[in-house]
Design a protein around this ligand. Structure first.
Ligand SMILES: Cc1cc2nc3c(=O)[nH]c(=O)nc-3n(C[C@H](O)[C@H](O)[C@H](O)COP(=O)(O)OP(=O)(O)OC[C@H]3O[C@@H](n4cnc5c(N)ncnc54)[C@H](O)[C@@H]3O)c2cc1C
Length: 428
């Protein structure tokens, strides 16, 4: 059977579509660019407080990374907490880590309040060691997290790891019970309904092509008309384009790809992931995988460049090979779906929120956006309402631009970075 180039998650729900081809309002309090978790979560919060909000989405609502991801709702950030603590000091590191924990609570609360049928569950995550050296580092991490942040994680030895993952590839793993998982497309579709229910207007195929600042207001031009807004919030993540040029120069778009197998026999699925964990490995060029509906959903950075038909096709072969390395049990199993999406990385690998002349932004989730985009979208909206954006912990450190300013928004260096990560995985 031919592998379908289709987002498997989209087959599990009714995604938002052309019903949002509604006429644009003339004037709003807040115009939001991007209809993913950031934009929708912010829109829900703002509209609940009575603000008039228009979400302007270039494609259809939920089209971006928010309906394509692995659905892992994770503690922490992309950078390890020891690095964050070294960089920003103990006090700020504590606040940033607490935000990551709060972000999972926010997802849980929204799912509950809005009755979103997306299978959210705190099944925990498993970080697997590809080498003995990684396992030693995980041991240090368990101690550090408990001592510095009072956050309990635990190690699983190589001898016991079959209790957690049906593979002998690894040198043990770290378990964090606080993380969770969900179906990302069902979640973003539910979030869209919640934002609408709160009173926000969602507009599909309304790519913003120009933003002009007038006196105390913005003139926002889209592909299908214009509107006036008191403030603008940008939540365009890895799809940030030239309409917000300054932001585009600070964001590196990186492709990530996923395959989904056919439905597996229930006993085999149980053997592969006995506790239904969200699993990822320690490599720079990492793999992440989990079950959904007895299918193995297996992702990775098979190519660094953002998704095209070509990178997606190549990724299917690479990911299948990698999946069989982890799980030889899957060598005869059919891969049914492959797709890709684009993540956003800042040059310091940290999320950034902020404001320049009433243009607000929240970007840079680096693979932790299911929880963080939801939570930062919400808290940025709250800070906009309260006028306290400058005190937000994710606005208390600099948002770097490219070293030597060698970047204009086209990530020419990604193939080099990809090769570099492969070398690091080999030597480190
Ligand atoms: C394959 C993959 C796997 C991932 N796995 C995980 C995971 O397991 N856990 C995790 O936490 N994170 C994961 N992520 C990251 C996570 O999906 C993102 O961080 C999160 O979805 C970002 O949400 P967002 O709303 O900011 O951006 P998006 O959902 O990407 O939405 C941005 C939207 O902006 C729109 N847009 C762009 N320009 C304009 C414009 N000019 N005008 C109007 N609209 C515009 C785009 O069309 C897009 O729909 C993964 C990402 C990918 C791609």
């Amino acid at each position: 059977m031919e592998i379908r180039q289709q987002i498997y998650w989209h087959t599990t729900t009714q995604m938002p579509g052309e019903e949002h081809m509604t006429a644009l309002p003339q004037k709003v309090d807040v115009a939001i660019l991007g209809g993913g978790y950031t934009g929708l979560s912010a829109a829900r919060t703002l509209a609940k407080q009575g603000a008039k909000v228009a979400v302007l989405e270039a494609e259809t609502i939920g089209w971006g990374a928010s309906s394509r991801n692995g659905g892992m709702v994770l503690t922490g950030l992309k950078l390890g907490m020891p690095t964050i603590q070294k960089r920003y000091g103990r006090e700020l590191a504590k606040r940033l880590f607490q935000y990551s924990l709060d972000s999972i609570d926010t997802v849980e609360q929204i799912v509950k309040e809005e009755n979103i049928d997306c299978g959210f569950a705190r099944t925990g995550h498993l970080l697997t060691a590809n080498k003995q050296k990684h396992f030693d580092a995980l041991q240090a991490e368990v101690e550090f997290m408990e001592k510095e942040f009072g956050h309990k994680t635990r190690l699983v030895s190589r001898a016991d790891q079959r209790e957690e993952v049906g593979s002998d590839l690894y040198y043990g793993a770290l378990v964090d019970e606080v993380s969770g998982g969900l179906n990302p497309a069902r979640y973003v579709a539910g979030l869209a309904c919640a934002a609408e229910k709160a009173g926000a207007a969602l507009h599909a195929r309304a790519r913003v092509t120009g933003i002009e600042r007038g006196q105390n207001r913005f003139f926002v031009e889209t592909e299908r008309g214009s509107l006036v807004a008191d403030s603008v919030l940008v939540g365009t993540s890895g799809y940030t384009g030239s309409v917000t040029k300054k932001l585009q120069k600070r964001i590196i778009p990186i492709g990530s790809f996923i395959i989904a197998t056919e439905k597996l026999p229930a006993e085999l699925a149980q053997e592969l992931s006995p506790k239904n964990r969200m699993i990822f490995d320690y490599k720079h060029y990492l793999n992440y995988f989990r079950l959904w509906d007895d299918r193995m959903i297996f992702g990775g950075r098979a190519a660094f460049l953002p998704e095209t038909a070509n990178t997606i096709k190549r990724s299917a072969e690479i990911l299948r090979r990698e999946m069989i390395q982890v799980y030889p049990q899957l060598k005869d199993v059919q891969v049914e779906y492959v797709w890709g999406g684009t993540l956003d990385f800042a040059f310091d690998m940290m999320p950034h929120i902020g404001e320049v002349d009433k243009t607000y932004y929240s970007v840079g989730y680096a693979g932790h956006g299911v929880a963080m985009a939801t939570h930062l979208g919400k808290t940025v909206a709250e800070a906009m309402l309260e006028g306290s954006i400058h005190e937000h912990p994710f606005n208390l450190f600099p948002f770097p631009s490219a070293p030597l300013h060698l970047y204009n928004g086209f990530p020419w260096f990604l193939p080099l970075a990809g090769a570099w990560h492969k070398i690091l995985d080999w030597v480190e």
